[in-house]
Design a protein around this ligand. Structure first.
Ligand SMILES: *Cc1c(COP(=O)(O)O)cnc(C)c1O
Length: 405
């Protein structure tokens, strides 16, 4: 058994292949590149049950990851996040089979740790020492953290309005950090100019091929944790869409290996009404999404006006019979409060958006209520203290509580 069965990189648009042993960015045609593996050899040499004997982290899937040896792995023990039911909230919104995969328990508090763990490990392995990226906060925090662990330098640019905790995570882990009075796209333009003709390697969403490989482990884990089967529906809060594209890629690889059956979950992309380019493109039957003007939402991680992987997101949704749905900030905050009170789960706003989508799809009849629906809570609510308000009464010392039943 090899540590990794990575072979090369492939352009999903024109099929061109690229050497995976040296740093690569986009295909010459401008499309993201996808990592490919020798699945036939893997199938012959690795059994599904071997996976269970691996570490309790996402590195248990190392054969299907791009990192060539265990020595190159940069890790805080990430992965294998819990899946649990939300029975009371699920019943209330008419979907008793509602479960969540809670990514809030990962290092740095969001699922961005998956992309950073694999992306940083692979970058260092192929000789990259300095990484640069635009971010809405969580990705920058995760890449800065993993870069520090790898002994690499990081340059991060984020919108001034990004959650303040992300700045602090970057500061504490030693990133060169800049804020911009604008959106993530504006940050991306600044990073692009800064890294041109330098040895800083840009690791923007899908502009290098390995962040996606980290995120596809969500798909692997969902299948393995459910006993090598998939739920009926997976609902994902979609910004750049790497998580959704990754889940789809991961599940397709498991299918090709024969580790899961023919059924795939319907993939649902959730966006905020204030930034819904993918929803608009889905409804229009388009292959690409037009940039969204004046994007704004409380769910900062999905405030992405233009996604380079738009066509891959739309393909994953359509190929699985899924859909794309937009929800309002009011609905998001209501769901965040409701699920916390009913089932004791502190969702991030992006995660709460998936619950709002489930409620909407149920009331609109797209879900009939019999399905097993898995939502991704992509980060911990603890990273967004300002989304909830708490103003409890203050008692004087020696004071008493009026009524207690
Ligand atoms: C980045 C982010 C998202 C969106 O992820 P993509 O895979 O880029 O679509 C969702 N939720 C949170 C908390 C995020 O940080």
């Amino acid at each position: 058994m090899r540590y990794s069965y990575l072979t090369d990189l492939e352009c999903p648009k024109d099929g061109r292949r690229y050497d995976a042993g040296v740093p690569q960015k986009l295909c010459a045609c401008g499309s993201p590149l996808l990592a490919r593996y020798d699945l036939a050899a893997l199938r012959a040499e690795v059994a599904r049950d071997d996976i269970g004997a691996g570490s309790p982290t996402l590195w248990r899937y190392h054969a299907l990851l791009p990192v060539g040896s265990s020595d190159a792995v940069v890790s805080f023990g990430e992965g294998m996040t819990p899946i649990f039911g939300l029975p009371r909230h699920g019943r209330k919104i008419g979907v008793p089979g509602l479960v969540v995969k809670d990514e809030g328990t990962l290092p740095t508090g969001s699922f961005k740790a998956r992309g950073a763990a694999v992306g940083v490990s692979r970058a260092r392995e192929i000789g990259i020492r300095r990484i640069a990226m635009p971010t809405n906060g969580n990705a920058g925090a995760a890449w800065s953290t993993y870069a520090a662990r790898a002994g690499m330098a990081s340059l991060i640019v984020m919108p001034r309005a990004a959650p303040e905790i992300a700045r602090k995570e970057c500061a504490v882990t030693g990133a060169r950090l800049y804020l911009v009075d604008g959106l993530i796209g504006d940050a991306g333009a600044i990073v692009g100019r800064a890294v041109a003709n330098s040895d800083w390697f840009p690791v923007s969403t899908l502009k290098e091929p390995y962040r996606l490989e980290g995120k596809k482990t969500m798909g692997f884990e969902i299948a393995e944790q459910l006993g090598w089967r998939v739920p009926d529906v997976i609902v994902y809060p979609t910004g750049g869409g790497v998580g959704l594209i990754g889940i789809y890629k991961g599940l397709r690889e498991l299918q090709e290996l024969g580790w899961i059956g023919a059924k795939l979950p319907k993939l649902v992309a959730v966006q905020a009404e204030g930034c819904a380019p993918i929803v608009r493109a889905f409804e229009a039957g388009a292959e690409h999404a037009e940039p969204w003007q004046d994007a704004e939402t409380v769910a900062f991680g999905i405030n992405v006006a233009s996604a380079i992987g738009d066509f891959l997101i739309l393909e994953a949704i359509r190929a699985t019979g899924g859909c794309a749905v937009a929800v309002s900030d009011t609905e998001i905050l209501q769901q965040l409060a409701d699920v916390g009170r009913r089932d004791g789960a502190f969702f991030c706003p992006e995660g709460a958006a998936t619950l709002a989508a489930v409620a909407k799809l149920r009331s609109g009849g797209w879900l009939d209520g019999s399905e097993e629906v898995l939502v991704l809570n992509t980060g911990t609510g603890l990273k967004y203290p300002d989304t909830v308000s708490a103003n409890p009464p203050v008692l004087p010392i020696g004071g008493s509580i009026p009524m207690l039943d």
